[in-house]
Design a protein. Structure first.
Length: 151
């Protein structure tokens, strides 16, 4: 079953259960999918490939994390909780992200593999990591780890 189908099934379940929070969040996701399909000129009967959809979901989570950070600084607990619940709903459809230690291990191995020795090589490292681990790595963590190890 494609990721798109899973999202639509979950949306239908939320509608039947009258789960307004899940329903509204998944409607936003579906709207984002339709926008991406229009941008890529994909016909309605076709679906967005899972890797593109995963990228879209990660982007949506990043936007919500940024908003949550702003709400936290502003002391808006109600809006912060809203963003966090949307993040948890969207996260259900993403592959499990690796933890800090596993991410660090993969980054260090890739640095050695590419033969990087300065921050100028960061593009090579990121390209290699995206090619092999794009679905399980949080690239904001990756960036910090690489910068710490290639001063």
């Amino acid at each position: 079953m494609s990721l798109h189908s899973k999202i639509e099934n979950k949306l239908n379940e939320a509608l039947k259960a009258k789960d307004k929070k899940t329903y509204s969040t998944l409607r936003l996701v579906i709207a984002g999918i339709k926008d991406a399909m229009i941008a890529k000129k994909i016909k309605d009967k076709d679906v967005l490939p899972d890797n593109d959809l995963t990228g879209l979901l990660k982007k949506m989570i990043k936007q919500r994390n940024d908003s949550a950070e702003a709400y936290k600084k502003a002391g808006r607990q109600d809006l912060l909780e809203n963003e966090e619940s949307e993040i948890s709903i969207i996260n259900q459809f993403l592959p499990k992200q690796l933890g800090e230690e596993e991410t660090k291990k993969i980054c260090l191995e890739t640095i050695k593999k590419v033969g990087a020795n300065s921050l100028k090589d960061m593009g090579k490292i990121m390209g290699e990591l995206k090619k092999e681990h794009s679905d399980v790595l949080d690239f904001s963590k990756v960036s910090k780890i690489i910068k710490e190890n290639l001063k």
